[in-house]
Design a binder for this molecule. Structure first.
Ligand SMILES: Cc1ncc(C[n+]2csc(CCOP(=O)(O)OP(=O)(O)O)c2C)c(N)n1
Ligand SMILES: [Mg+2]
Length: 412
């Protein structure tokens, strides 16, 4: 299979190869970014159309190519032959195959959604700003798979993955990103405030650590109403230095509230590395100082996340909460749009690329015999079709009118 240069340039001018993101000999998953190219308008990543092993890079960095030129050769016959990292294999615990494939599909849906949204921003057709979660799909999917439909989550400015994992549809999210009345917040939330109360997600809170006291208050309400619901509260490592984090953890601990604190430790708060702002970078240690259980988990292993979150959810539900889960992961996208991530060292990025949660899980599924390449292709096609048809509709979704200005903007 050849990776060809698409027709990206609006002026017909040649397109420059900026850097190769995959080494010759590496296994690539369908949809994985292979090479970064630069047109007269934007920088973009080109993706593999199917899984295989990268055999040749035909255009060196700094050279130019035209639409239709072959950039790389990928050998499909070697797909799935390499295992990267210590993939959690599903055979250690017996899971239903449909459950495993569903986890894979959710993660792929999030990745493809984020990549498609990025392209829509780059081509200038989507308003607002975005904070994306490519590389962190296993945290959202693993945690939400451990929740019941009536449980709640709180989220941050980086909430697309959490929303898709909690069951929001691609259509209601894209409509929201395009500012349409059919969006999950009727076009008034946008990317940073994605949510749907009916599906157990209050709109994202963009103030760093802002969701932590809110989730604690929700958990207090569940306790007072004597319901069995719990709330999982997603936040980043950057939130750990905020007073709100400490105050809420202390209160949740004192009252044994059913709240699962989920720190997605992706090593960076914007461009600042965690060890520049913390002497003890093990976030889960914070729980002990408030008298409850904390645990650090490989956040790029979806089954490890699912298992840790299931146990923690059970503890919360039975009155033995709260629990703090620290999920170690990595943001492969910029902090917000147009951030080229120059502060992330090359070796660090390479390490985490080799630990990509989707590739790792795809390989585990293939190795364990829970899926073959046709299964993965079918899932890919379903995901692609769902996103493409939603994009077409979202582009024409009607916008709120002036008469809608004062409705749905105040919680009562
Ligand atoms: C209280 C507050 N301070 C600063 C900001 C600006 N800000 C937005 S995101 C961000 C970094 C957050 O990092 P982290 O919590 O690790 O989340 P990540 O971006 O890694 O998902 C900052 C400083 C903010 N939104 N709120
Ligand atoms: Mg962070």
């Amino acid at each position: 299979m050849n990776l060809k240069m698409p027709d990206l340039s609006t002026t017909g001018s040649p397109i420059k190869v900026v850097r190769w993101l995959v080494e010759v000999g590496d296994f690539v998953e369908r949809g994985q970014a292979i090479v970064e190219v630069e047109t007269d308008k934007a920088t973009m990543e080109l993706e593999a159309l199917g899984p295989g092993t990268l055999l040749q890079q035909l255009v060196p960095v700094g050279s130019e190519a035209s639409a239709g030129d072959v950039l790389a050769v990928i050998d499909e016959t070697q797909a799935g032959s390499t295992v990267i990292g210590n993939s959690h294999t599903a055979n250690e615990v017996s899971y239903h195959r449909d459950f495993l494939l569903n986890l894979y599909e959710r993660m792929l849906l999030i990745r493809q959604f984020e990549d498609r949204v990025k392209a829509l921003f780059l081509e200038g057709s989507m308003p607002g700003t975005i904070h994306q979660c490519q590389g962190q799909e296993a945290t959202a999917v693993g945690v939400c798979a451990a929740l019941r439909p009536d449980d709640f989550i709180t989220s941050t400015f980086r909430g697309h993955g959490h929303a898709l994992a909690k069951g929001l549809t691609v259509q209601e999210m894209l409509d929201e990103l395009f500012g349409g009345v059919t969006g999950c917040c009727k076009g008034k939330g946008g990317s940073m405030h994605i949510g749907n109360i009916g599906k157990g997600m209050i709109p994202g809170i963009a103030i760093v650590a802002g969701g932590i006291p809110v989730a604690t208050g929700m958990a207090l309400a569940f306790r007072m109403r004597k319901t069995q619901e719990i709330v999982a509260c997603f936040f980043g490592d950057g939130a750990v230095a905020e007073g709100a984090f400490h105050e809420a953890l202390n209160m949740a601990a004192l009252w044994n509230l059913p709240v699962l604190f989920v720190c997605e430790n992706n090593l960076y708060g914007a461009s600042t590395r965690i060890d520049q702002v913390m002497k003890n970078t093990k976030v889960s240690d914070r729980a002990a100082s408030y008298g409850f259980r904390g645990e650090t988990v490989d956040g790029n292993d979806v089954l490890a996340v699912y298992e840790a979150a299931s146990q923690a959810a059970q503890e919360c539900r039975s009155g033995r909460g709260p629990v703090l889960l620290e999920l170690e992961t990595y943001r492969r996208s910029g902090h917000s749009r147009r951030d080229p991530c120059h502060y992330q060292p090359k070796e660090e990025r390479a390490f985490w690329s080799a630990n990509d949660p989707i590739i790792r899980f795809a390989q585990a599924l293939l190795v364990d015999g829970n899926a073959d390449l046709d299964d993965l292709d079918r899932i890919q096609k379903r995901v692609d079709d769902e996103i493409e048809s939603a994009v077409e509709k979202a582009k024409t979704t009607p916008k709120p009118g002036i008469e809608d200005l004062l409705t749905d903007v105040y919680a009562s």
